[in-house]
Design a protein around this ligand. Structure first.
Ligand SMILES: Cc1cc2nc3c(=O)[nH]c(=O)nc-3n(C[C@H](O)[C@H](O)[C@H](O)COP(=O)(O)OP(=O)(O)OC[C@H]3O[C@@H](n4cnc5c(N)ncnc54)[C@H](O)[C@@H]3O)c2cc1C
Ligand code: SF4
Length: 456
């Protein structure tokens, strides 16, 4: 086992944001590179439709408040998105300068403007005049926050029910601090709170208040609870000490006042190859682990992590075991993890020509000596809560009767964010959750205010 010792102070420092923000000179120069396209493709490629040329022009002319307003107007979690969006697949990927030189660094400019607003304690929006209607929002992640912000601007009385102590969902608790410090997401929460939105924290709907009460007591309900825990691997040894759920693991690094010292020098296997797996692996490195490897049953081509996440993990020294599946976790007499038995896989064509199927290669079993195993094979769904609301769903993905409006099988209940992700529906991204939250707010406004004005 590697015993390289890194002081706790140094480890803590390692959780500081990795990417530095732009300096004023850099931001001005970069914004002046923009061609300010008419009907800009970058704006079309942004799920929230931020008027990118407009916010960049405002940076170029020194109007940082105006720039932050343009960004946050279209995207209530625009400060978080500037750090976590896969920009090369979205706005920057669509930049016309890709054909001649390099794309405008839209994410970084967005961060520059919103960081200015955060630093200068700007309040960017006002609540609308009361329209007398009430909405309950379940969950305060990007989807719930975006819905709350837009509804408050339409004059609704909005109450957000949140199971955790702090609002912001995975932006606050799930995406690693060195990419998204929690204070960024908490600033976005404050922008919504100051519109008069009430946040009932530590309140789990379905336990502390029932689904039926919300449907009875409010004019509309928005279900924005995201997804839940990592599923079980279904193999021997999962109960051993040293087996972690990746979501809980990352959350601990974002909330613990003192970082866990027990990872120093340890050998870690992370199971899975999505963004959560990468985050768990890079967190382990920052906790001082001696060796971190990602175990994935398919190949790099099939991994779901963003390219920038993969590159980041490689830079952090994370190793990858492709075409490898865990068979059982091995423990010592005290019940602590000591290894993981794996089997090599091969990918076989499926009869229907769909995604290749990983199949174990008989006799290829081998053991990796590890001190901890972090499970990161996706997230389970909030099926019980969805059923308490009586909503139609497909294996925990809420079924929408009108996807553009987030309308569920109950006309009073709307859904947005990761709770509608799955089975080919939706996208698990902060920016798309925010857009879905906005769309739900517009649908509720149309149904409860506009529709009634028209029929009056
Ligand atoms: C580790 C990790 C890394 C990621 N990295 C990225 C990234 O780099 N870029 C990107 O775009 N996306 C990333 N994602 C995905 C992104 O975080 C999600 O798609 C997004 O947060 C979904 O927003 P949401 O509002 O639907 O759900 P969430 O953010 O999950 O928020 C749901 C909220 O509902 C609350 N809640 C749940 N049940 C109840 C209940 N019964 N009562 C009250 N409240 C409840 C939860 O506590 C939570 O606050 C990542 C996800 C993970 C797990
Ligand atoms: S929100 Fe994301 S996709 Fe949209 S412009 Fe900003 S960084 Fe690009």
């Amino acid at each position: 086992m590697s015993t390289t010792f890194i002081s706790l102070t140094e480890l803590k420092r390692n959780f500081a944001e990795v990417k530095a923000g732009m300096k004023p000179k850099e931001a001005i120069e970069e914004s002046n590179r923009c061609l300010f396209c008419y009907d800009a493709p970058c704006t079309h490629a942004c799920p929230t439709g931020i008027d990118i040329p407009s916010f960049i022009k405002k940076i170029a002319t020194g109007n940082l408040k105006g720039s932050a307003r343009t960004i946050m107007d279209a995207n209530p979690v625009g400060a978080s998105c500037s750090r976590v969006c896969p920009t090369e697949e979205l706005c920057e990927g669509a930049c016309v300068l890709n054909h001649s030189s390099k794309p405008i660094l839209i994410g970084q400019l967005q961060r520059y403007a919103t960081d200015w607003a955060i630093k200068n304690e700007q309040i960017l929006f006002k609540a609308g005049a009361s329209n007398g209607k009430t909405v309950a929002i379940v969950g305060s992640g990007p989807a719930g926050l975006a819905a709350a912000r837009e509804l408050a601007r339409f004059g609704f009385k909005v109450t957000v029910f949140e199971a955790k102590e702090q609002a912001g969902g995975l932006d606050t608790y799930g995406i690693v601090s060195f990419r998204l410090p929690p204070e960024i997401s908490l600033w976005e929460v404050e922008q919504v709170r100051q519109l008069g939105v009430e946040f009932r924290m530590n309140t789990r709907v379905g336990v502390d208040v029932s689904a039926a009460e919300l449907v009875r007591d409010y004019d509309a309900v928005v279900l924005a609870v995201g997804m839940s825990k990592v599923p079980m691997l279904g193999i021997e040894g999962e109960e051993l000490t040293g087996v972690y759920d990746a979501i809980d693991f990352v959350e601990a690094t974002k909330t613990a006042p003192d970082l866990d010292e027990s990872f120093i020098g340890k050998r870690i296997a992370v199971i899975g190859a999505g963004n959560t797996a990468i985050d768990a692996a890079t967190c382990s490195v920052r906790l001082g682990a001696g060796n971190v490897q990602i175990v994935y049953r398919r190949t790099q081509e099939e991994m779901t992590a963003y390219d920038f996440e993969y590159e980041f993990a490689k830079l952090d020294g994370v190793a990858f075991q492709w075409l490898t599946a865990p068979k059982r976790i091995l423990g010592d007499e005290q019940g602590n993890v000591i290894g993981i038995e794996c089997v090599r896989m091969e990918l076989l064509e499926t009869d229907d020509g769909g995604r290749k199927r990983p199949v174990p290669i008989a006799g290829s079993e081998f053991v990796i000596d590890v001190d901890a195993v972090i499970k990161a094979i996706g997230q389970t769904k909030h099926i019980s809560l969805i059923e308490q609301f009586g909503l139609a769903h497909s294996r925990g993905t809420v079924t929408l009767v009108d996807a553009a409006a987030g309308m569920t099988s109950n006309p009073k209940v709307f859904a947005a964010g990761d709770v509608i992700f799955g089975d080919g529906q939706g996208e698990a991204m902060v920016v798309s959750a925010a857009q879905q939250g906005k769309l739900v707010a517009y649908a509720i406004y149309k149904q409860l205010v506009k529709g009634q004005e028209a029929s009056a």
